[in-house]
Ligand binder design. Structure first.
Ligand SMILES: *[C@@H]1O[C@H](CO)[C@@H](O)[C@H](O)[C@H]1NC(C)=O
Ligand SMILES: *[C@@H]1O[C@H](CO)[C@@H](O)[C@H](O)[C@H]1NC(C)=O
Ligand SMILES: *[C@@H]1O[C@H](CO)[C@@H](O)[C@H](O)[C@H]1NC(C)=O
Ligand SMILES: *[C@@H]1O[C@H](CO)[C@@H](O)[C@H](O)[C@H]1NC(C)=O
Ligand SMILES: *[C@@H]1O[C@H](CO)[C@@H](O)[C@H](O)[C@H]1NC(C)=O
Ligand SMILES: *[C@@H]1O[C@H](CO)[C@@H](O)[C@H](O)[C@H]1NC(C)=O
Ligand SMILES: *[C@@H]1O[C@H](CO)[C@@H](O)[C@H](O)[C@H]1NC(C)=O
Ligand SMILES: *[C@@H]1O[C@H](CO)[C@@H](O)[C@H](O)[C@H]1NC(C)=O
Ligand SMILES: *[C@@H]1O[C@H](CO)[C@@H](O)[C@H](O)[C@H]1NC(C)=O
Ligand SMILES: *[C@@H]1O[C@H](CO)[C@@H](O)[C@H](O)[C@H]1NC(C)=O
Ligand SMILES: *[C@@H]1O[C@H](CO)[C@@H](O)[C@H](O)[C@H]1NC(C)=O
Ligand SMILES: *[C@@H]1O[C@H](CO)[C@@H](O)[C@H](O)[C@H]1NC(C)=O
Length: 480
């Protein structure tokens, strides 16, 4: 089954997400509570948080994203089955498009702006994110990115020693899985950028009992199943998450942990992903149950908005089809969901990719639209309008999409703005040459030596695929 999956992604590359090299899990640290040289980035002291702001249903929200897995594949994993008993399974939870990066953008910015690839992008400072909504209420937040070399790193990826084999180099960190750093409203504001931290900071913040109230956690490319398999990621969850569920500095009585995937592996099915709400904040009577309400990545925004009475981004988070609030939170806040649940035909196709116009789509380019200021926040607050937004530039007022690629132009948002925190202070580096296919990133020290994943992945794909074919041949011979 696993070989078939790998073969599928090798042969049918265009219709499945990238996946799977044969590697074995080994713990990157002695425990999730301890720092490790394998994480590379040094800790930069304890994060400083404002006082706790009580929510209506929970006081802490921790999102953990792993990668590229169809619902059924996760559901067949014993580790996911185990975890399901401790929380609520959302079995109609959908990613919003393919591939990875647009989903990470959507979960923090309420839109993926037409993006249909994992290229280097930056999004201008007048486009807001959940950070604007949280900070308006003094709610602390952080993102913890495994193997990021230093806080606020803006580079495209980071390559370091391969800690699993101790041979050669490996690219463990990628910008495409770090949604917030893509937004200039975060990356270009020092106090915000430095809240994007690494796993040694996490160990430090945990020990200091200072984990913020809103968190986005991205494991590295092997632990999140991106370069590996669901079994590898499951081993990582047993190493990292399972002990933390017992750690009161992580899982307080009012903590919700959303364990989800960025997207399905298979592009030709709708984008349903296995998603669990865990943590002591999940009402006891709901643990071990399934909730079949239709949720999307925008639900992670609308649920947080409802819980803390926030404003909204006026994008997917206020789209009444896509923004159902987790039902136990909706019940606690009085929000009424749209009634779409189960395998309803009202669930839109969320596997579309490349056909949606927007500023990050070079073939169907449109400028950034202002937020929909008449959108209704499940939190009851106003739609946030950032400084520098032209509110008359509504979605309806946009010019028709143009094909920049046909004019031999690259995407204007694909150039690196050169924001750099390698010294701990913001420096704007001179513009890098434009590149539409892979931004170089600005971070100095962004890897010593070239990434070897590409070649290694190809080899592994070939050899595993070859083994699978041999298996078929053997099977045929056995039948004969
Ligand atoms: C780094 O990872 C390797 C492989 O899991 C492990 O043997 C080693 O102990 C780790 N280092 C630390 C400091 O935990
Ligand atoms: C499932 O949980 C049980 C009880 O905690 C544990 O003994 C078992 O090893 C777990 N299985 C997996 C595959 O993690
Ligand atoms: C947030 O904190 C600042 C500084 O402490 C304070 O002036 C402001 O009133 C607070 N805002 C809210 C909504 O609590
Ligand atoms: C970042 O902020 C600086 C001012 O600190 C400004 O000069 C620069 O244009 C900004 N860059 C972007 C991409 O917004
Ligand atoms: C958390 O919940 C447990 C069990 O309900 C209770 O015994 C404990 O006192 C609570 N802790 C806090 C800090 O409220
Ligand atoms: C999306 O999924 C549907 C099945 O739900 C399938 O019919 C359709 O072809 C898929 N679209 C793409 C672009 O793969
Ligand atoms: C809300 O989402 C649906 C489903 O993707 C889409 O058809 C609709 O256009 C969206 N509404 C707005 C106002 O963007
Ligand atoms: C929400 O409230 C409704 C109506 O009281 C109830 O039927 C339902 O079970 C509740 N759902 C959850 C998840 O708490
Ligand atoms: C946002 O800022 C960009 C860059 O400064 C500008 O081109 C765009 O028109 C602005 N968009 C809106 C909706 O105000
Ligand atoms: C785009 O570039 C190609 C190859 O360099 C050239 O043949 C073509 O005429 C160019 N098209 C336009 C619209 O400039
Ligand atoms: C470390 O944190 C301090 C504030 O605590 C900040 O001034 C400094 O720039 C940070 N350095 C890095 C490399 O993140
Ligand atoms: C890392 O970034 C470099 C430079 O942009 C690029 O050539 C390489 O393909 C990237 N590797 C991965 C694994 O993303």
């Amino acid at each position: 089954m696993r070989s078939a999956l790998i073969l599928g992604s090798t042969v049918a590359f265009a219709t499945t997400a990238f996946a799977a090299i044969a590697q074995s899990f080994a713990p990157p640290a002695a425990s999730p509570e301890q720092s490790s040289a394998n994480y590379t980035g040094q800790t930069n002291g304890t994060i400083s948080n404002p006082p706790l702001v009580k929510g209506k249903a929970f006081d802490r929200f921790i999102q953990i994203w792993i990668e590229n897995t169809d619902f059924e594949t996760a559901a067949s994993s014993p580790v996911f089955q185990n975890l399901s008993k401790q929380g609520v399974l959302f079995d109609q939870f959908y990613a919003v498009t393919h591939p990875s990066e647009p989903n990470y953008l959507a979960a923090v910015g309420g839109d993926f702006f037409g993006a249909a690839d994992d290229n280097f992008y930056h999004i201008p400072q007048n486009i807001s994110t959940v950070v604007d909504l949280l900070e308006a209420k003094n709610i602390s937040w952080a993102s913890y990115q495994e193997n990021m070399p230093y806080d606020g790193f803006t580079g495209f990826n980071f390559t370091q020693n391969n800690y699993l084999t101790n041979q050669g180099q490996y690219t463990y960190y990628v910008r495409k899985h770090n949604g917030l750093i893509v937004f200039d409203s975060v990356a270009n504001v020092t106090d915000r950028a430095l809240r994007i931290r690494n796993f040694n900071d996490f160990a430090n913040d945990l020990k200091a009992n200072d984990i913020p109230q809103w968190n986005f956690i991205t494991p590295n490319l092997v632990n999140d199943a991106h370069d590996t398999t669901i079994d590898f990621a499951a081993d990582w969850l047993n190493f990292w998450l399972v002990p933390l569920l017992e750690d009161p500095n992580f899982n307080t009585n009012r903590t919700i942990i959303l364990l989800t995937f960025d997207e399905t592996e298979t592009y030709t099915i709708n984008n349903r992903i296995f998603t669990l709400a865990l943590g002591n904040g999940v009402p006891k009577e709901l643990r071990g149950t399934t909730d079949s309400t239709f949720y999307t990545h925008y639900s992670a925004l609308s649920t947080v908005e409802a819980n803390w009475g926030l404003g909204a981004l006026g994008r997917g988070d206020t789209n009444a089809t896509l923004n159902n609030v987790f039902q136990f939170v909706a019940n606690a806040t009085g929000w009424k969901n749209n009634g779409i649940s189960g395998n309803s035909s009202a669930i839109p196709l969320l596997n579309l990719t490349g056909t949606i116009p927007g500023p990050l789509n070079v073939n169907l380019y449109q400028p950034f639209a202002a937020p929909n200021t008449s959108g209704i926040s499940p939190g009851g607050g106003p739609v946030f309008v950032a400084p520098g937004v032209n509110t008359s530039f509504t979605a309806a007022a946009l010019p028709p999409p143009v094909n920049l690629a046909a004019q031999n132009k690259t995407n204007p948002w694909g150039t690196d703005p050169g924001i750099d925190y390698s010294t701990g202070t913001k420096v704007i580096k001179p513009p890098a040459p434009a590149s539409s296919s892979s931004g170089s990133g600005s971070g100095s020290g962004s890897g010593s030596g070239s990434g070897t994943n590409g070649a290694a992945t190809l080899d592994a794909h070939m050899s595993v695929a070859a083994c699978f074919l041999l298996g078929i041949v053997a099977g045929v011979l056995a039948v004969l």
